[in-house]
Design a protein around this ligand. Structure first.
Ligand SMILES: NC(=O)c1ccc[n+]([C@@H]2O[C@H](COP(=O)([O-])OP(=O)(O)OC[C@H]3O[C@@H](n4cnc5c(N)ncnc54)[C@H](O)[C@@H]3O)[C@@H](O)[C@H]2O)c1
Ligand SMILES: N[C@@H](CCC(=O)N[C@@H](CSCO)C(=O)NCC(=O)O)C(=O)O
Ligand SMILES: [Zn+2]
Ligand SMILES: [Zn+2]
Length: 370
């Protein structure tokens, strides 16, 4: 069948909306009509050409929500009409990692996913007769997409697509980093580097679990108002305190250092600051930001010898098919807020505006509706 999709033809170039050809679902696969998709900084990262797994041409997008339209042979957990959120971190419940219950990094389809193809090694997308790659196993910048059954979370049908799509990455990543990865305790002092679509969800997660001080760090003062609304108690602007004084400023504010810090920017320099502002003996720093190909982090090993802990997290440590439906429930019950974080909504034809707004620091999340 034919569908409309925004295609990334080459690194650094705007997306163009095309009518593409999409193949039906094979065994174990599901055809999904995407109703809405968020635009995450990771989409911009891959489009920039800095992602070692970035392939072109591709259909980007990994923060969607939609409706199952057709299922392939052997699919048992989903049927046409079900509402779903695509998962770039699937949950097969059978691989060594899933069975271990120690990590959410299911390995069932990771290698083909990183090569831009479905588990059978082929793409379901073509444009003008040429193959187009999948992205992060999701490709939500297409009105219709195909995913393996294990990469879809079934969610309640009364939840609005144009809000819950954000649970497909940003909301779950931020809140999950607090609850699953760091396990922030009530009364903890928390520092969040980067007050964007991820950092603000870390802030609301920290407030939810009863953190004491929640200190935000960002170069853009326009982010302060929203961050305060979500629970930020103190703000540090590196341009004001001095880039080399950020750690000192945080150690002063926390009376010795953060219990937990979260890096939600993707820069080695802020990753180092996030570690070094942690409390001696126990402070934990969680890397969420994705740094470009070839970049490396560094610190004095003494920082770790003296008890600071460096960790990372993907998709907030969430097991998608199990946890995502619960996060949708939290949203519908008013336990977490999403609506005000979605600052812009646009049709597919205007998707490049979403990237412009992100780069200009004018949006938190843009959502494309089909
Ligand atoms: N690990 C994961 O599972 C995961 C999931 C989603 C996103 N990410 C990554 O998280 C990062 C944030 O994503 P996002 O969608 O929130 O991006 P965003 O663009 O919405 O937010 C980034 C924020 O960082 C601020 N910033 C930029 N440079 C800064 C600096 N030098 N010092 C202080 N602040 C600075 C910006 O002003 C902005 O507010 C990206 O690297 C993205 O790829 C990782
Ligand atoms: N291909 C990239 C990987 C980037 C990355 O770390 N992605 C995160 C999700 S970011 C969502 O916005 C992730 O899930 N990582 C675990 C994984 O990819 O298996 C690169 O190589 O830089
Ligand atoms: Zn993302
Ligand atoms: Zn698995």
């Amino acid at each position: 069948m034919k569908t409309r999709a925004a295609v990334a033809w080459k690194a650094g170039a705007p997306l163009t909306v095309e009518t593409i050809e999409i193949g039906g679902p094979k065994a174990g696969e599901v055809l999904v009509e995407i109703m809405a998709t968020g635009v995450c900084h990771t989409d911009a990262y891959t489009l920039s050409g800095a992602d070692p797994e970035g392939l072109f041409p591709a259909i980007l997008g990994h923060e969607g929500a939609g409706i199952v339209r057709e299922v392939g042979a052997g699919v048992t957990s989903l049927k046409p009409g079900d509402h779903v959120i695509p998962l770039y971190t699937p949950e097969c419940r059978q691989c060594k990692t899933c069975l271990s219950q120690r990590s959410n990094l299911c390995t069932a389809i990771r290698s083909t996913q990183g090569k831009g193809v479905m588990p059978d090694g082929t793409s379901r997308f073509a444009c003008d007769g040429g193959e187009v790659f999948h992205y992060m196993g999701c490709s939500t910048f297409s009105n219709f997409t195909v995913l393996p059954e294990i990469a879809l979370a079934k969610v309640r049908e009364d939840a609005p697509f144009d809000k819950i799509c954000y649970i497909g990455c940003g909301v779950t990543t931020g809140i999950g980093a607090v609850t699953n990865t760091a396990k922030v305790w009530p009364g903890a002092n928390v520092v969040v580097f980067g007050l964007g679509g991820i950092g603000l969800n870390v802030i609301q997660g920290a407030r939810m679990v009863g953190a004491d001080k929640i200190i935000g760090v960002d170069l853009n003062p326009a982010k302060v108002e929203m961050a305060k609304k979500f629970g930020m108690t103190h703000f540090v602007n590196p341009a004001e305190v001095g880039h080399d004084k950020v750690v000192e400023a945080i150690v002063d504010l926390t009376g010795g250092g953060a219990d937990f810090s979260f890096e939600c920017i993707g820069l080695p320099v802020t990753m180092r600051q996030a570690l070094e502002c942690c409390h001696r003996g126990w402070g934990e720093s969680i890397i969420i930001g994705v740094a470009a190909s070839g970049q490396e982090i560094s610190t004095r090993p003494f920082q770790l010898v003296t008890g600071r802990v460096w960790k990372g997290t993907a998709f907030g440590g969430a097991r998608g098919r199990t946890d995502v439906p619960k996060i949708v429930d939290w949203y519908m019950e008013g336990k977490i807020e999403i609506d005000s974080l979605i600052t812009h909504t646009m049709p597919l034809d205007e998707i490049n505006t979403a990237f412009d707004l992100m780069h200009e620091g004018k949006s938190i999340r843009s959502v494309v509706t089909f």
